[in-house]
Design a binder for this molecule. Structure first.
Ligand code: ZN
Length: 109
């Protein structure tokens, strides 16, 4: 009889151990799930940021291509082949760098 009581108690203890164990595992699983959800949210944010960056890059690319197509006037030094944004800059360059060649006709390219 005493053995039976002991056995029942023992199984109760084991059962409660198992329940605690289960609860712990459940909590751990939930934690993992929460972490996974957090990671997914993080990933979604990063994906969104990447998409935005790609869009920005596309815009820049578009701007660059448009700029390439624009007929940009460039003034080239006939002596050292440096490029200048304006006739004025080119003339100043001639005066400063090539005083002897100042009379050389300036070219537009
Ligand atoms: Zn020059």
């Amino acid at each position: 009889m005493e053995y039976l009581v002991y056995a029942v108690r023992q199984s109760e203890v084991q059962l409660s151990d198992a329940q605690v164990n289960f609860a712990g595992q459940l909590a751990a699983t939930k934690e993992v799930e929460d972490k996974a959800r957090g990671k997914q949210e993080e990933l979604a944010i990063q994906k969104n940021a990447l998409r935005l960056k790609r869009h920005t890059l596309k815009t820049y690319k578009g701007v660059l291509e448009t700029a390439k197509e624009l007929p940009v006037e460039v003034f080239k030094c006939k002596v050292c082949f440096k490029y200048f944004a304006s006739q004025m800059h080119l003339e100043a360059h001639y005066k400063r760098r090539h005083p002897d060649s100042f009379k050389v006709e300036c070219t537009k390219t």
